[in-house]
Design a protein around this ligand. Structure first.
Ligand code: G3I
Length: 352
């Protein structure tokens, strides 16, 4: 072998070695900022409910939040019991921290929720008010809170969970004392408080076509007939693998979109009866993915929000004894099959 051949071969080996050394010196391939769910598709926005107690104080929680999600919903910080524990004393501090964090991390904010029958302040639930007094209190609350966040909240869950499973109106102080018109009034006051925000009706067990989603469908038509602004309907998406999957979700989202409103999956989680098994995790992953695919197939489905992204801080075990593991990350912040199923669904192109 001639000297020149030898030197050429030696040079080639040396160059290859140099390239390997350079690559290793640059660190592992994942040294670049890892792409999260939020980077994989233009639509829908990918969101999560946020526990503001962990925001900033839990570095891993906050890192995953900002890497993966471009939409945030305060899990509790904007609820009436949180913002007005004492009558007339408004405290938006926790929610303001979340809104500021979202702005700094290019995340939109879904406001949750102006009017609900749960998590009301004790001074309200233990008080006795005439119908007119209660209406004035509700009006002031909605306008005060919507005004406080004016221009900083992309959409509000104005009214949350007003229907029973059979489609009748839930028996609450609002219905009892203000009559069915309280819903239209709440939407009008929310619009008065923030003319820019999108105004949603939000509920659980709306996913399938049936009496409850029919009632929400009729509500949209009724509000529109009254000239009341409603921009969207939130389908919470709280599922359990032990129950039938809502196979009509796609058609359901389509029919609401055809009404001329946006739709959103607003509180997605898929619980299971513990213990966790690989088979249960696989079923869970399919259901997370199924809801996302149904959303992606409908142009007006604007966001898909999980109701908390890690099992350790999920609301489920505290409410459903013996159940849990409902979110895409486990109790040690490790991604589960559901997380990878969401990545897969977002990475695939949709024809619409
Ligand atoms: O703030 C108190 C705290 O002072 C006290 O020390 C602590 C222990 O008792 O309780 C704290 O309040 C808890 C609150 O979350 C804030 O952490 C309540 O007990 C607890 O019941 C409440 O649970 C929330 C639940 O709504 C209330 O119904 C969950 O975190 C929240 O994820 C859940 O979210 C709802 C949506 O808003 C609407 N759709 C259904 C969804 C699941 O229920």
């Amino acid at each position: 072998m001639s000297r020149s051949n030898l030197s050429r071969r030696a040079w080639a080996r040396a160059s290859a070695l140099a390239l390997v050394v350079l690559a290793l010196a640059a660190g592992p391939a994942q040294a670049h900022h890892p792409r999260g769910l939020r980077d994989l598709a233009q639509r829908p926005l990918i969101g999560t409910a946020v526990n503001t107690d962990l925001l900033g104080s839990d570095a891993t929680y906050t890192s995953i939040l900002d890497r993966e999600f471009n939409s945030v919903t305060p899990e509790n910080a904007m609820k009436w019991e949180s913002v007005e524990r004492e009558r007339g004393v408004l405290d938006f501090s926790a929610a303001d921290r979340l809104v500021a964090h979202a702005r700094a991390h290019r995340q939109i904010v879904r406001g949750h929720t102006l009017l609900w029958h749960n998590q009301l302040p004790a001074w309200l639930t233990s008080g006795t008010f005439t119908n007119d007094e209660l209406e004035a209190i509700l009006r002031e609350h909605i306008i005060d809170e919507a005004s406080h966040f004016r221009g900083r909240v992309y959409a509000w869950d104005v009214v949350n969970e007003a229907f029973n499973e059979d489609g009748t109106l839930r028996d609450t102080i609002w219905l009892r004392q203000l009559g069915p018109g309280y819903i239209a009034k709440a939407f009008r006051w929310a619009h008065q408080g923030d003319p820019h925000a999108k105004l949603y009706y939000n509920d659980y067990n709306l996913e399938s076509i049936g009496p409850k989603s029919d009632a929400a469908y009729a509500l949209v038509q009724d509000l529109r007939r009254q000239g009341v602004r409603i921009d969207g309907v939130g389908f919470q998406g709280h599922l359990g693998i032990q129950y039938p999957y809502p196979d009509t979700l796609g058609d359901n989202l389509e029919r609401f979109a055809a009404l001329g409103v946006d739709v959103a999956l607003t509180e997605v989680d898929v619980r299971m009866i513990l213990p966790v098994t690989a088979e249960k995790l696989a079923t869970q992953a399919e259901q997370f993915k199924g809801m996302l695919n149904s959303c992606r197939a409908v142009r007006r489905c604007v966001s898909y929000t999980v109701w908390g992204f890690d099992d350790l801080h999920s609301w489920v075990p505290g409410v459903f004894a013996g159940e849990g593991a409902a979110t895409p990350f486990d109790e040690n912040y490790r991604p589960k099959p559901a997380y990878f199923a969401l990545r897969d669904a977002l990475a695939r192109h949709r024809h619409r």
